[in-house]
Ligand binder design. Structure first.
Ligand code: 5GP
Ligand code: ZN
Length: 139
């Protein structure tokens, strides 16, 4: 399914031009318009899925294999010192475009970016309860 009101559907389908790194039947890999670092890319499925809850497992499996290929290509060509893979779901998590996409962000020593979270403190009893609760809901 493609959503006619979705900008990433239009980019993935080639209706809106983009700096395309790679394309096949299922995906288009583009450079981010507002890159966090040099080479910041996005993998877009050509079908519309709003987020990780909606995307089908077969597409997701192929997507992670493609992510590895893109990551290796970045390492070889950009000689980045590290690489972050980020995928946001929902406004609270910083998602701004509601068409599933995977960020692949090459990292360079002293690039000045900070994608890290503030580490919290854990309570052993709560951790045990949470682990059991989430685990029991895995289908
Ligand atoms: P999100 O915050 O939803 O995880 O990420 C959306 C990303 O899409 C942002 O990094 C933003 O810079 C990028 N983006 C938004 N609109 C466009 C566009 O029209 N073209 C490209 N290439 N990237 C876009
Ligand atoms: Zn879409």
């Amino acid at each position: 399914m493609v959503d006619n009101d979705c900008i990433f559907c239009k980019i993935a389908g080639g209706e809106i031009p983009s700096d395309t790194v790679y394309e096949d039947d299922l995906f288009r890999v583009i450079l981010d318009l507002n890159p966090a670092t040099k080479g910041h890319a996005l993998i877009l499925p050509k079908q519309h899925y709003a987020n990780i809850y909606e995307i089908d497992e077969d597409t997701l499996q192929k997507l992670i294999v493609l992510a590895k290929k893109v990551a290796c290509a970045m390492k070889d060509t950009l000689h980045c010192d590290g690489l972050n893979i980020v995928q946001n779901n929902g406004l609270a998590a910083g998602q701004t475009v509601f068409h599933f996409h995977l960020h692949i962000i090459p990292r360079y020593e002293e690039d000045g970016q900070d994608l890290n979270w503030i580490p919290g403190k854990s309570d052993p009893a709560e951790q045990k309860k949470l682990a059991g609760m989430i685990g029991a809901a895995i289908k």
